[in-house]
Design a protein around this ligand. Structure first.
Ligand code: PGA
Length: 265
């Protein structure tokens, strides 16, 4: 594929820089961080890229109110329950999240898979329920270090995609954002090289094309996550199949997060 064609297919896709605050920021801290992000995005983000801030549940409603009328910044949650409603003490449903005005939800983050036992099968249900309530899933996939070292990383990615998402029809699949997050790169300061990330992103797109056709694959945003920062983001985001990032640690600093988003200016 020549570079011109790469650029052309890459242009079709929405560029997204999403922040994952994880379990950080009390209420006031979250509001002030978000207000900084809104101001910086307003002054400095000049391209068509979209910013999504995925906060703890407690912030969602307030952040949505703060972002009202802002077309560059959306708000998302970090998890949602698979059931519609009911006796699930302590859980939050997709419908509740959507009712705050939040538009996105991270599903299948490796920390949820690892610490809360979330399986592909469970995630398939969560994805379905989220889409039913018009929440766009940011669906995370990625291999552990051990899986990479045993050379099964392509198989792992393939089954995470198939078991987590392939129950969707093409129309619903089109609402999903994929985030490739190698587990060994999350919060470790070790980033995948741009070549390693591109290799997997291209593989993911090829798999999607095989299942849903090239057109759908060409329009699917695939984000990279794992120790992304303002220094390494330009090279990562320049790869033909990398359409943005899911940012953990660096999303807690408005300057760093905005600088990452500005890579697409
Ligand atoms: P990190 O986290 O940027 O701190 O590595 C990314 C993520 O877990 O989404």
């Amino acid at each position: 594929m020549d570079h011109g064609l790469w650029t052309k297919t890459k242009d079709m896709r929405k560029k997204i820089v999403a922040g994952n605050w994880k379990m950080n920021m009390d209420y006031e801290e979250g509001l002030s961080l978000f207000s900084e992000v809104l101001n910086m995005a307003h002054d400095e983000v000049t391209g068509k890229q979209h910013i999504v801030v995925c906060s703890p549940f407690i912030h969602l409603h307030s952040l949505v109110q703060m972002a009202k009328g802002n077309t560059k910044v959306s708000v998302g949650a970090q998890n949602a329950h698979q059931a519609e409603s009911g006796a699930f003490t302590g859980e939050t449903s997709a419908k509740m999240i959507r009712s705050t005005g939040a538009e996105y939800v991270i599903l299948g983050h490796s920390e949820r898979r690892q610490y809360f036992g979330e399986t592909n099968e469970l995630l398939a249900k969560k994805v379905y329920t989220a889409l039913k309530h018009s929440l766009k899933p940011i669906f995370c996939i990625g291999e552990t270090l051990q899986e990479r070292e045993s050379n099964v990383h392509f198989d792992v990615i393939k089954s995470q995609l198939a078991e987590g998402l392939y129950h969707l029809d093409a129309g619903h699949f089109g609402q999903v954002v994929i985030a490739y997050e190698p587990v060994w790169a999350i919060g470790t300061g070790v980033t995948a090289t741009s070549a390693q990330a591109q290799e997997i992103h291209a593989f993911i797109r090829k798999e999607i094309a095989a299942k849903y056709g090239q057109e759908v694959a060409d329009h699917t945003s695939i984000l990279y996550g794992g120790s992304a920062n303002p220094k390494n983001a330009p090279e990562l985001f320049a790869q033909p199949d990398i359409d943005g990032g899911l940012i953990g640690g660096a999303s807690l600093k408005s300057r760093d997060f905005t600088d990452i988003a500005k890579v697409f200016n």
